[in-house]
Design a binder for this molecule. Structure first.
Ligand code: HDE
Length: 689
């Protein structure tokens, strides 16, 4: 273990160089025990005679088994299921005017980061594609210490005060008497909690929107949720909200597809992230900040400390200030993704907290939870958690202590060690809390300004396109439809009539309860187009995955042309056929079959292309799987392309063979090839609905 970097300068590889000291290469090496003793035999335990009892003195057996017996640690109480990657962050311009945070000053510096994406409710082994909020946590390994931005892919939260978090999570987790359902909010206790806690209204609208079923971790926004502070060198502060904007745009699955993916590939998002990085399609996110001057704190019709409220981007623009690139997969899931410990209280000078009561409670919870999850107070010494900045203090001992601090002095102040380690002045980088003036009585109260639970829920609803509204209604029908208690269902209808009476009537109809008695909804006529992912302009086919259905006798020149256009658009393709091995074109060209109709599934691809060539099409049509494959893609609104004879499969599935406006493209020449790419870039073709 080398000493920490005392020089202060960091670069993109600083963290990797540190991790290199812990990486172990077993390749070509002899097996040893944990004590370094070479092992001569690893298949038979030591016995008294070949058929006799195993002997206690078999230290190798005991060590191997003991380690195995203790290989599991408690999973995270929330966000147990996650996937992570390394990368770097670079600021576009110095942010000196607003913050003194060093990693936000110099555009030439690449600050190493580790990001962990997660679902909230499910266990560690649960499926990726469930309806849930996604965690989006970033650890910046800065020269001033670790800065953690522990956010979500939805900009608001269910509750306003941290004291209610255990209740929220108890309600959404599997019900305690029978541990059902796994990784799902569609059950009585969650909706009972919602109905009895009106502050959830806004977040529930997001939770039922397409945001809760992202296509990929690479295609979702990230939000710090809370209001934080930027503080500059002069001590001037701004309230800030943090944003991550995916370069590939914000894209989602459709619900039927999401449910099927949960079975067909529970690792859908994890694999997508892994493969993207593995193939050099590095996920990129731009970093944005919304800023409000301290003196403008009370200028809005919402309380900026209320975590169930967002700051409409049209009112307070997002200033894009940098970019993060994820370019390295983990070497070991457990050591890195599982052992990483985030904490919203890990800040650097220039970033400070606000009095958001949800944030304040989080500042306690995160270290506390690591104590039981990672087994003691030294989890900061685990390689993935180590800062690249030097660490000097008087903390000693504890479970699994790794640092060796020599000498008798472990207290401050002292004279025996020349009073070191010594606190740093602000000028030397010492963290100084923002000197906010606070004055109040000790009360258990919620501010009056936190009491409007419906205006922004309605703002969100107003901002949705028709298709997005339809999805929210379907999600209400599914989720509340799964609730057994008629009473809870009725309460939900009444509650959401405060948002929109028509919406509540539609929910009531779908779940079979009475229309709302309440006839007056909140007054809010504004819309915020920035909230609608359908209205975001980013449409690219890059990194999308297309299934090519082909059998022997496919039209080789046509397929080559399509592959060429895929390549230039950054699309990856897999050949699907009845059997693995190869398929041969009518011209004699052989291509490898990547998957069969048994191992692949339509829901795992962004688009389908049926290769032309009569012999191939006839062979494909000998069974119903290819027709089902295309039909599913159609039902999930995905782009479908077909070579000349491929159209026969489409018509067998009842699909009109050339309707580019609906994302069905006859791919017969170069022009139609680019029309197909455009159709893929559009992501979904709602016109079909
Ligand atoms: Fe968390 N949250 N949280 N949370 N949270 C945890 O910390 C908690 C909240 C978020 O990839 C836990 O290390 C409380 C909001 C993410 O490792 C725990 C409250 C937001 C992750 C915890 C909240 C988040 C966590 C569990 C209400 C979005 C995964 C394991 C006051 C801004 C981090 C752990 C990772 C994890 C507590 C609310 C995001 C128990 C008490 C709001 C992304 O400490």
């Amino acid at each position: 273990m080398t000493k920490a970097n005392e020089s202060g300068r960091i670069d993109e590889q600083s963290k990797q160089r540190q991790l290199d000291q812990y990486r172990v290469d077993d390749n070509g090496k002899k097996m040893t025990t944990n004590q370094g003793l070479r092992v001569s035999e690893d298949e038979h335990s030591l016995k008294a005679g070949a058929r006799g009892p195993t002997l206690m003195e078999d230290f190798h057996f005991r060590e191997k088994m003991t380690h195995f017996d203790h290989e599991r640690i408690p999973e995270r109480i929330v966000h147990a299921r996650g996937s992570g990657a390394h990368g770097y962050f670079q600021v576009y311009e110095p942010m000196t005017e607003y913050t003194k945070a060093k990693f936000l000053q110099d555009p030439s510096v690449k600050t190493p980061v580790f990001v962990r994406y997660s679902t909230v409710a499910g266990s560690r082994g649960s499926a990726d594609s469930v309806r849930d909020v996604r965690g989006f946590s970033t650890k910046f390994y800065t020269e001033e210490g670790n800065y953690d931005l522990v956010g979500n892919n939805i900009p608001v939260f269910f509750i306003q005060d941290a004291i209610k978090f255990p209740d929220l999570i108890h309600a959404v987790k599997p019900e305690p008497h029978n541990e059902i359902p796994q990784a799902a909010s569609a059950h009585d206790t969650f909706w009972d909690f919602v109905a009895n806690n009106e502050e959830t209204a806004h977040m529930v609208m997001w939770h039922l929107s397409d945001r809760a079923i992202p296509r990929s971790f690479r295609m979702m926004e990230g939000f710090g949720v809370h209001t934080f502070r930027f503080v500059n060198e002069q001590g001037v502060a701004h309230f800030v909200k943090f944003h991550w904007k995916p370069v590939l745009g914000v894209k989602s699955l459709v619900w039927d597809e999401a449910q099927k993916i949960a079975g067909k590939n529970p690792d859908f998002h994890r694999q997508d992230l892994w493969e993207a990085i593995d193939t050099g399609n590095y996920p990129e996110f731009e970093f944005g900040v919304q800023m409000i001057k301290e003196e403008d704190e009370f200028k809005f019709d919402f309380d900026i400390l209320d975590p169930t409220k967002l700051w409409p981007e049209e009112q307070i623009p997002v200033k894009i200030i940098g970019k993060m690139v994820l370019n390295q997969n983990t070497d070991n899931f457990f050591a890195e993704t599982e052992q990483i410990a985030f904490h919203p209280g890990h800040v650097v000078p220039g970033i400070d907290f606000s009095n958001d009561p949800l944030l304040q409670g989080r500042l306690f919870s995160y270290t506390d939870t690591q104590l039981s999850r990672l087994g003691g107070p030294n989890f900061h010494e685990l390689p993935i958690n180590r800062t690249v900045a030097p660490v000097h203090n008087n903390q000693r001992d504890g479970m699994h202590r790794m640092s060796i601090n020599p000498g008798p002095v472990s207290y401050h102040k002292n004279s025996l060690a020349g009073n070191s380690p010594e606190p740093a002045s602000e000028g030397e980088g010492g963290y100084a809390h923002y000197q906010e003036k606070v004055d109040g009585r000790k009360v258990r109260q919620r501010s009056e300004s936190f009491k409007d639970h419906y205006s922004q829920a309605k703002l969100f609803w107003n901002s949705m396109t028709e298709v997005e509204k339809e999805h929210i209604i379907q999600a209400f029908h599914f989720e509340v439809g799964k609730v057994k208690s008629k009473d809870v269902q009725q309460q939900i209808v009444e509650m959401f009539s405060n948002v929109d009476v028509e919406l509540a009537k539609t929910i009531a109809m779908g779940v079979g309860v009475n229309p709302p008695a309440n006839k007056s909804e909140v007054q809010m006529d504004l819309a915020s187009p920035a909230l609608s992912q359908e209205q975001m302009k980013v449409n690219t086919a890059a990194t999308r995955k297309v299934a090519i259905l082909a059998a022997d006798g496919f039209n080789g020149s046509e397929v080559n042309q399509v592959l060429e256009s895929f390549k230039s658009a950054g699309i990856t393709a897999e050949f699907i056929s009845h059997n693995r091995g190869v398929v041969t074109s009518s011209e004699g060209q052989q291509v490898e079959v990547n998957q069969t109709f048994l191992t692949a599934d339509s829901v795992l691809f962004d688009a389908v292309y049926v290769a032309g060539g009569q012999e191939s099409v006839d062979a494909l049509m000998a069974s119903k799987e290819p027709i089902y494959f295309v039909d599913e893609a159609y039902n999930h609104f995905k782009a479908i392309g077909a070579g000349k004879e491929g159209a026969e499969i489409l018509s067998k599935a009842g699909i009109v063979s050339n309707d580019p406006a609906s994302g069905i493209v006859a791919v017969t020449d170069k022009n139609s090839g680019s029309a197909f790419i455009e159709a893929i870039a559009k992501h979904r073709h709602w016109k079909r609905a």
